[in-house]
Structure formats: structure tokens, C-alpha cells
Ligand binder design. Structure first.
Ligand code: ADP
Ligand code: MG
Length: 708
């Protein structure tokens, strides 16, 4: 008894929630398994997803059919029971100075009828119904104005995310409110400010304590907005701080090979063998890369460029820089087809130069493989192109200077770093992707990479004409194909292949192949078919026939999606296009429009289209700009689903939303850069709050573990 006060001294934010009044062990377990809430701090950071707004009062004349929950002051003028087929209902006529509506009850009618006071002013609140031009509120919350005035009103009530299990076990929203209210009372004084005074002043941010208080129990809409802004800013700020710090550390701590010479090969190629004039965007990116690799820092750069924007030549020139400085270079591609295309393209580029290039994929025979291993180890092989096969232990470079990774979303971070392990020092890394990621998102996902963008297509390309046709128009599509083939062009027909319905999809593909074969009979027409179930050698064979122009039509699944380059192909027909995602459609369309001829993309679909599918197809018809398409995709699906971002823990945000809050993201990012520029170790006294929070967050490693 003597020690009682010291026991209840205070609740610590790190305590489990069982320390909160009313939270039993069973409930705590449930809150943990259902919502992941373990500590008091977790609960404090468990935010409402909406609020019941009782700050506003409506007048009856202002009610709209789409108003949801409304609060009105008025009087009951009449109460009556109305008989219905199924039971009866109690109806009260309710009016204010501006109009009349109804309050309706189905349950507890007798008791309610007795307790209602006619002609006395009430505050009523509830969900508005609109039927036949009349407004009503079923089962409203009601309070006499005299009572209402006596109480201290909590005017915006939080509504917390919940689950069926929780509700069934009696953990109601009201109970959650009680817990959090209790918690806030206990810990309010302990809540530490996490940002510096300067940042708080600059952005006029609400102090942390008040922000937490107001996000749970806002005094007004205005306070809520401020609280949310503050918490979003903070969340994004610390993520950016982490990413940018990592980038700085990589820059200063991880040494990179220095490619100081722009030597023989680069100069010779640039002056004598460039097959075309580089676009300004290509020149700019090469400059950016050269700057990186000349400094002794380690390059970790993402190269974004739409399909056909000419990333290959940039990769090649980068490799020449490495070779000129006595290093080897490699390109890793996600598929055999793509690897061999790179191999062919690079072989063509080096044909007048004295350089050795080879390719290593799963299908390379043992003898050849041994030879490659040997040449790689003794350094006679300058450039090795390949697939995952490059990651095998037997593959040892003599001195790998740069690794170029194509279509990065197919490779995990762990795989990427496997290339590093093979070396004395990590090679420079250039990750190439044709998936355009909107800038704000790229910032938050790849904040630790430098980003280069090729935002200009080579000159002379005609814009691809895109149309949407229903399946019933197939005959005219066939006619169009015939005309194009007559002109010497080639045609792709792509079928969806979605894992869950694989068997069905293959049937569709084979049926499609058959009907195309009937429509385009040999020997006049030759058709290639490529799909994932074929042996690599067969795939390669079929692909090669198409590349060589021996076949006019390529029937395929999405295996041809990435990187394949057949300039003479001018028509891309996508079957069941409503089943593809936007970025995939865009990738597929990028297979055509690579030559000088006018190219076409025909999106075939059934009549039955979801609203989202309609938007996707419409977007494809309207624009060929990959960044615009990515923006739409982002809006439709949210950032978590964008290609290349799936594994990114950065997007599991608690309160901020990288799409909607992109302005806050930019502000938070700039602020974190400014802070680190002045105080990279966060050791200045004015940054103490930031440092403490940063250290605390870093302990909670799940937030950071997924960042590459
Ligand atoms: P991607 O960025 O999709 O990998 P590629 O590097 O395969 O694009 O280039 C697509 C096509 O454009 C290739 O046929 C390539 O030779 C050609 N190309 C690239 N850059 C230029 C340029 N500056 N001028 C003309 N053609 C170019
Ligand atoms: Mg490419």
C-alpha cells in the first residue's frame, strides 16, 4: 500500500497495451493478431480512418440527396405509427425554420414514442436517407438542446479501422476511443517532439503532442487538417532522411572504381562507329554517368527511359568507359530472348572494334560454358551478357567494373548484390528500366539511387496509332493485318497469360493460333508461336524466324513483353486487352513503332468491360506518353501495385499517401536534404530531436528492411 503511487507513476510508451485500463490479456492478444498493435506506442500511432463530424449543423433546406451523416437542430411537431406490410414504423415529423423532414424508427417504437418530447428543441444526428423527394433519418441519435449544452462536446469522433473478430469480441469503436483517450491522458506529457524547431517554424507545423491528440480527438476540422499535415510530413521526412543518408554514406564510404580515362575504344566508337546521332537526352545521361564514374564514388544509378528511347547505346558507351580503364562489363537481362537481343545488338556495335563479347544463359552448352568461364577469369572477355546464369558461383570475373541490369523489376535486391560479391570492390551499377515511374514516386521508392531519364525518343519516329476494337470486329482486323503484311510488314498477336487460369489461357492461345493459321494459310503466310512452356531453344528458334523476317506473324504470350526489337514489325494486336494492366499494355505496344513505318496497336476486348478496364483502354488510345500512363496507373491501382515497387516497404505508409501527398513528399524530401547537408551525422544540438527519433525508428527495422 505504501508504494502505491510509485507503481502507477506513469505509463511508458514502450509498455504493452495491457497496462492500459480495461485492456485484458485476451483483448491485447486480439489487438495484436488482428491489427498488429502491441505497445502503447503502436496504439498511439493507430490512426482513425474517418471521423464523424459533429461540428457542422445543417438546415433542412440545405440537405442534399448525397449528404451522408448530418446534424440538425429542430422540433418534433407530430409522432405517428405507420402500419406496413412487415410490421410498423414510428414516424416523427421534424422541422426547423427552413423546412420539414422525418425521423423514423423500426425498433423499440413504444419506448421511443413515450420518451419523445413534442415541441422541444432537439439536436438530432444520423445517416440521411432520401426517398421520393423526402429526407429522413432512421434511428437518429437525439439529445435535447438543453442537455446538449450542458455537456462538453467531443465534436469530431474518430472511427478506427476494425475487423469482424474485434467487433464480435466486444472491442467496439467506442472501446477503442476509450483506450486511446486514457492513453493520451497518461502519456501526453511524455510525447517527445521529433522535429527541430527550425522545421516546425518553417512549415508552421503543429507540435507533435498536439498533432497526436488532434488526429485522435480533433477539436475542429481545421485542427485535424493541421494534425494530419504534421504527421504526414514527419512520416515522409524520416523515410527520406533514411534514404538520403544511405545514399550519402554510399557515396562517401563505398568507393567505386575510377574510370578516369576516356580512352581509345570510347573515342574510336564515338567518332567512327556511332550508327546514328545521339539524342540530347542520351548525351545528357552519358554525361551524368561519366561524372559518376570519374569521381571515385560508387555509381548506383537508375536509368529510366520509355521503350524505344535508346537505352542500349547508353549502356554500351558506359561499358566502353569501363573497358578503356582496364575493366570488364556485364549486362544482366531477365529472359533469354532479351539477353540474346542485347548480345546481337552489342555484337553489331563492336563489329569493327577489337573487343570480345559473349553470352551466357541457361541453355549454353557445358563446353562453351567452360570456355566462357576461362576467358572471363583471365580477362580476355571484355563484355559478358546473360541471364540469371551470370549469378552462378562458377562465373568469376577478372575485374568487373560495371554491371548493367536491364528491366530491374524482375530482379530482387539480393540477386543484384550477388553480382557484387564476386568482386574486390563493388562494380558500378546501372539499372535500366522501361517502366516509367512518376517522379514523386521514384523519389520515395528509389530515394537512394540517382536517377537519369531519357525523355526523348529518337527522331523520325511516327506516333503509334492505337485503337480499341471489340472481338466482333475481328474480321476487319484480319483484313487490316493482310494489308499490312502485303506491304511487307510483320504483326504481333499477344494473348494474356495469367497464372491462376493458366490452362484456360493456353487454350485461348492455341485456339487463337489455329484460327490465325486458318485465316493466314501457309505457304503464303508463315507464323511463329512463342510461349513460356516451350523449351528455350524452340522459343529462340521461333523468335529468330520472326526477327529474320521468315515469318510474318508472331503469336505469343507476354514473353515477348520486354525489350524485343524487330523494327519491321508494325502491328501489335492485343487479345483480351481488358485483362492486362496499363504498364503491361504500354510495354507491349512499345514492341512496334521501332522502324520508320507507321505502326498500329489494336486492343481487342469483349463487350463486358469494368469501369477500370474502360479507363485503361481509353488511356492507351489517347496517349503514348509512358509517364502519363504511369500516372493514370498510379491513380487506378495505388502505388503498391506499380511494377517495380512491390517489394518496397517504403510504400507501407501509416498516414501519408505518396500519390495524394506528393507535395508534402517533395517538401519533406527537400527538408531532409537540407538537414543532412548541414549536419550529415545529425550531431548538432538543434537536430537532437531528429536524431533521437531517427535512432528510435531505425531500431524498428521492419520499416527499413525492404529498402534496397
Ligand atoms: P530501349 O530503350 O527500348 O532499350 P533501344 O536501345 O533498343 O531502346 O533502341 C530502340 C531502337 O532505336 C534501336 O533500333 C536503336 O538502334 C534505335 N536508336 C536508339 N537511339 C537512337 C538515336 N539517337 N537515333 C536513331 N535511332 C536510335
Ligand atoms: Mg532495351
Amino acid at each position: 500500500m505504501y508504494f502505491r503511487y510509485s507503481y502507477i507513476l506513469s505509463l511508458n510508451l514502450n509498455y504493452p497495451i495491457t497496462y492500459i485500463k480495461g485492456v485484458s490479456v485476451q483483448r491485447a492478444t486480439l489487438l495484436y493478431t488482428e491489427l498488429g498493435i502491441k505497445t502503447c506506442n503502436d496504439l498511439l500511432n493507430f490512426f482513425p480512418f474517418r471521423y464523424i463530424d459533429k461540428t457542422q449543423f445543417y438546415q433542412i433546406k440545405d440537405l442534399q440527396p448525397n449528404s451522408s451523416e448530418v446534424q440538425i437542430v429542430g422540433k418534433i411537431t407530430r409522432v405517428k405509427s405507420v402500419a406496413q406490410k412487415r410490421g410498423s414504423r414510428l414516424v416523427a415529423t421534424f422541422q426547423d425554420a427552413t423546412g420539414t423532414m422525418e425521423l423514423v424508427w423500426f425498433k423499440g417504437q413504444k419506448w421511443i414514442k413515450d420518451s419523445l418530447k413534442v415541441s422541444e428543441p432537439y439536436v438530432v444526428y444520423g445517416k440521411l436517407n432520401h426517398y421520393n423527394g423526402n429526407f429522413s433519418i432512421p434511428h437518429p441519435e437525439m439529445e435535447l438542446v438543453t442537455e446538449y449544452k450542458k455537456k462538453l462536446q467531443n465534436k469530431m469522433q474518430p472511427v478506427y479501422p476494425s475487423t469482424e473478430k474485434l467487433t464480435n469480441s466486444g472491442v467496439s469503436n467506442k472501446l477503442m476511443r476509450t483506450y486511446i483517450q486514457y492513453l493520451l491522458q497518461q502519456v501526453y506529457d511524455q510525447i517527445q517532439e521529433s522535429l527541430s524547431e527550425e522545421i516546425i517554424d518553417d512549415y508552421k507545423l503543429m507540435p507533435k503532442r498536439d498533432a497526436l491528440l488532434n488526429v485522435h480527438f480533433p477539436k475542429s476540422q481545421e485542427n485535424l487538417t493541421k494534425a494530419e499535415y504534421r504527421l504526414k510530413f514527419e512520416e515522409l521526412f524520416f523515410i527520406q532522411l533514411q534514404l538520403i543518408r544511405k545514399k550519402l554514406i554510399n557515396k562517401t564510404k563505398i568507393k567505386g572504381f575510377v574510370f578516369e580515362n576516356v580512352g581509345e575504344n570510347f573515342t574510336d566508337f564515338y567518332q567512327n562507329h556511332l550508327p546514328f546521332q545521339l539524342t540530347n537526352a542520351q548525351k545528357r545521361v552519358i554525361k551524368e554517368v561519366r561524372k559518376d564514374v570519374a569521381t571515385g564514388a560508387h555509381m548506383n544509378r537508375l536509368l529510366q527511359g520509355d521503350v524505344g528511347s535508346g537505352k542500349t547505346i547508353v549502356a554500351f558507351l558506359t561499358m566502353l568507359l569501363a573497358i578503356d580503364n582496364g575493366f570488364q562489363a556485364t549486362i544482366m537481362a531477365p529472359t533469354e530472348i532479351l539477353a540474346s537481343q542485347h548480345f546481337n545488338a552489342i555484337s553489331e556495335l563492336v563489329k569493327d572494334m577489337n573487343l570480345n563479347v559473349d553470352i551466357l544463359t541457361g541453355s549454353v552448352k557445358t563446353k562453351k560454358r567452360r570456355e566462357i568461364h576461362q576467358n572471363l577469369e583471365d580477362g580476355t572477355l571484355h563484355i559478358l551478357i546473360g541471364t540469371h546464369a551470370l549469378l552462378e558461383d562458377k562465373v568469376k570475373f577478372n575485374n568487373l567494373g560495371i554491371a548493367i541490369i536491364d528491366e530491374q523489376h524482375r530482379f530482387g535486391v539480393a540477386q543484384r548484390s550477388k553480382l557484387w560479391m564476386k568482386n574486390k570492390m563493388p562494380p558500378h551499377i546501372l539499372v535500366m528500366t522501361a517502366t516509367p515511374i512518376p517522379r514523386t514516386l521514384a523519389m520515395s521508392v528509389y530515394g537512394d539511387l540517382d536517377i537519369s531519364v531519357i525523355d526523348e525518343l529518337p527522331p523520325g519516329r511516327k506516333e503509334i496509332k492505337t485503337v480499341h476494337r471489340f472481338d466482333s470486329n475481328r474480321l476487319s482486323v484480319f483484313k487490316f493485318m493482310r494489308d499490312e503484311i502485303e506491304k511487307g510488314r510483320q504483326v504481333y498477336i499477344v494473348y494474356p497469360l495469367i497464372q491462376e487460369s493458366e490452362a484456360m489461357d493456353y487454350k485461348d492461345l492455341m485456339d487463337g493460333y489455329e484460327s490465325v493459321s486458318r485465316e493466314f494459310p501457309s505457304p503464303k503466310y508463315q507464323i511463329s508461336i512463342v510461349h513460356g512452356k516451350m523449351k528455350p531453344a524452340d522459343k529462340e528458334f521461333e523468335m529468330q524466324r520472326f526477327v529474320n523476317g521468315e515469318t510474318q506473324i508472331m503469336v505469343a504470350t507476354t514473353v515477348i513483353e520486354v525489350g524485343v526489337n524487330v523494327p519491321n514489325a508494325s502491328v501489335m494486336i492485343i487479345e483480351s486487352s481488358e485483362r492486362f494492366g496499363l504498364s503491361q499494355l504500354h510495354q507491349l505496344r512499345g514492341r512496334v513503332g521501332r522502324g520508320a513505318d507507321q505502326s498500329y496497336c489494336i486492343l481487342l476486348s469483349s463487350f463486358k468491360l469494368s469501369a477500370e478496364a474502360k479507363t485503361r483502354l481509353k488511356t492507351m488510345v489517347e496517349t503514348t506518353d509512358g509517364f502519363k500512363i504511369a500516372e493514370v496507373d498510379l491513380k487506378l491501382r495505388g502505388p503498391g501495385n506499380l511494377m517495380g515497387t512491390q517489394q518496397s516497404g517504403v510504400l507501407n505508409l501509416n498516414i501519408a499517401d505518396v500519390v495524394k501527398d506528393s507535395k508534402i513528399l517533395v517538401a519533406a524530401r527537400n527538408t531532409s536534404i537540407a538537414v543532412l547537408q548541414e549536419d550529415s551525422s545529425l550531431s548538432k544540438p538543434e537536430n537532437l530531436n531528429i536524431k533521437n527519433t531517427f535512432v528510435e525508428l531505425s531500431k524498428d527495422s521492419k520499416i527499413w528492411s525492404n529498402i534496397s
